[in-house]
Design a protein around this ligand. Structure first.
Ligand code: M6R
Length: 364
């Protein structure tokens, strides 16, 4: 059933191009984004004053990424919350709030409870869910499915990638309806979106190189991930992937926060993975990389193919192909998933079923 792959996680990483395509294709019609299941008219979309995104784990990270996309593209303010926090803090839900819950399983106890809390307070709830007919899918006012297919490995990969795509589509749709994205720019973003599956495949084919690199870190004690903007969101995801399956302590930091504490943890040889895909933030990131390198860190960078400057601050570089600045997480996550996977394999961990974790967290 693993289709010749050593683990479900590897198989599911390789299913990402398909999961991505299956999530966007049914929603692209004649050069426009059509999301019928949204159940929202253009007037409803114009009436949105605020978006709240609530989820757990990796699904929360897709919410973090999409905050930058919704705000940057559609200029709608977004709050992102962990479901376990949201449900117990008597959240304020004003008129005009669209609440989005994101969940692969559709059964996560805290996310479901957050949905119920929000509905009771009068919010309209949109679920972005992978499992058809799951509790969250049934209870949300509307459901936009991610078409990633069944995911077995505890560490999510293809469902995460499909969630990002669903959220990009929503943000693009909202931006277009609200007059923040014209027809021409929408069309070119759609073209860039369609390139993602092939680009993901290209990055997956780099796996042997990443494996070789990962094998150098099997005995690492701590590994850090840094980024700014959407790259901060992906740092959180890269760090979670690594720690949940390899049991290596790892943390993700907004690069600008280094000086406020974390930098004291950097020692000779500590691996710092820096993600820098936002051109306007290259300089800031490079200076953060130099700061950790000066203190002995070994710096791995994940950056855009045209960022030649990076080599001066990085010891090891993975380049990602050119895409829209809002879509870079979909590409940059691939080397980070591979890295976590191969560290786990190299250490002989139970990759698909890491200790103490369950695929679906149905108790809080
Ligand atoms: O099924 P859900 O998307 O609601 O699950 C949320 C988290 O439990 C999940 O993303 C978890 O963090 C994964 N193990 C991450 O790989």
């Amino acid at each position: 059933e693993k289709g010749g792959y050593e683990h479900f996680m590897l198989k599911e990483m390789y299913e990402q191009p398909k999961a991505i395509t299956d999530t966007f294709s049914p929603r692209l019609k004649d050069g426009k984004i059509v999301i019928e299941e949204l159940g929202m008219s253009d007037e409803d979309i114009l009436a949105i004053k605020k978006i709240m995104i609530v989820a757990c784990g990796s699904a929360y990270h897709t919410g973090m990424t999409s905050k930058y996309v919704f705000e940057g593209l559609a200029r709608i303010p977004v709050e992102v919350d962990l479901a376990s926090e949201f449900r117990y803090r008597d959240p304020i839900i004003e008129e005009g709030t669209l609440l989005i819950v994101v969940s692969q399983s559709g059964e996560t106890a805290d996310t479901l409870a957050a949905l119920r809390e929000a509905k009771a307070k009068g919010a309209r709830v949109l679920g972005i869910v992978n499992v058809v007919g799951s509790s969250i899918a049934r209870e949300a006012d509307n459901v936009m499915y991610t078409w990633a297919g069944p995911e077995i490995a505890v560490a999510t990969t293809k469902a995460y990638s499909a969630q990002l795509i669903a959220l990009y589509l929503l943000a693009m749709k909202f931006a277009h309806v609200r007059g923040k994205l014209d027809d021409e720019n929408l069309a070119s973003m759609i073209e860039e979106l369609k390139e993602i599956p092939t680009q993901v495949e290209m990055l997956l084919n780099n796996k042997n190189k990443i494996q070789k690199f990962a094998n150098r870190y099997l005995a690492a004690r701590d590994i850090f991930f840094i980024g700014r903007g959407v790259d901060y969101a992906i740092s959180l995801e890269g760090s979670l992937k690594l720690k949940e399956i390899s049991y290596i302590h790892s943390e993700a930091y907004a690069a600008g926060e280094l000086k406020h504490g974390t930098i004291s943890l950097i020692e000779e040889g500590t691996l710092v993975a820096a993600v820098l895909t936002q051109e306007d933030l290259y300089k800031k990131m490079i200076s953060n990389m130099v700061e950790v390198k000066t203190r002995g860190a070994f710096v791995m960078a994940v950056t855009n193919v045209d960022n030649t400057e990076v080599e001066r601050a990085a010891d090891y570089v993975v380049y990602i192909p050119k895409t829209n600045k809002y879509f870079t997480n979909s590409l940059a996550i691939i080397p980070l998933q591979l890295f976590g996977y191969y560290v786990s394999v190299g250490k002989g961990c139970d990759v698909d079923k890491p200790r103490n974790l369950a695929k679906s967290v149905t108790v809080e």
